[in-house]
Design a protein around this ligand. Sequence first.
Ligand SMILES: [Zn+2]
Length: 195
Amino acid sequence: MGKNLDISFYNQAKGLTDNDPEQIRVVINDLRGATEKEARIAMESALLMEKVLNDLEFKTKVTNPPFIVEYTNGLSLQQIYDKIKSGSTELEPAVDRTANLRVSIYYKRFSRAIGYTYPDTVWQWFNRKFLLDSVSGRITLSSNFLHEYCHKCQFDHPYRGFSRREVPYFYGDSLETVADKFFKNGKLTVASSFM
Ligand SMILES: [Zn+2]
């Protein structure tokens, strides 16, 4: 917060999108502490994040919300969306249209925190207490992946968020409102466009 943001990603991203479908790819580059079953759920949740980020209904929601979005780093809602989809993060600034996730699964029984990250690491942590093998479990994990990814893109919020109108909460909550359509009979119905 409070520091000058390099927005060269924005013009680079625009240049890239002229003739391209503007898709971002979401990849789990590394996963620690997960069982095989949890790993499968995590991959599906990452795929869900990819599908939602590339979804037009989601784009409409995050660029036309019925309230003022907070902690925008001075960017317009369109610029925020373009930055998120550029794949350019503070620690990995290349505009590669890829969200690289490194996820560590831990267990903390008496905690209400779903997950967390720090500014100086590419890793993010997720409490397996919330890693459930269900549609809502996958949506929760996907929403958290996106929340933490927003932090990687330098969007912040006060501790736990005061209004949920800060970018990481706004994006995570918006994902949750459109995610259902990618499931049928409890199963994810989509595949990555990049495989
Ligand atoms: Zn956060």
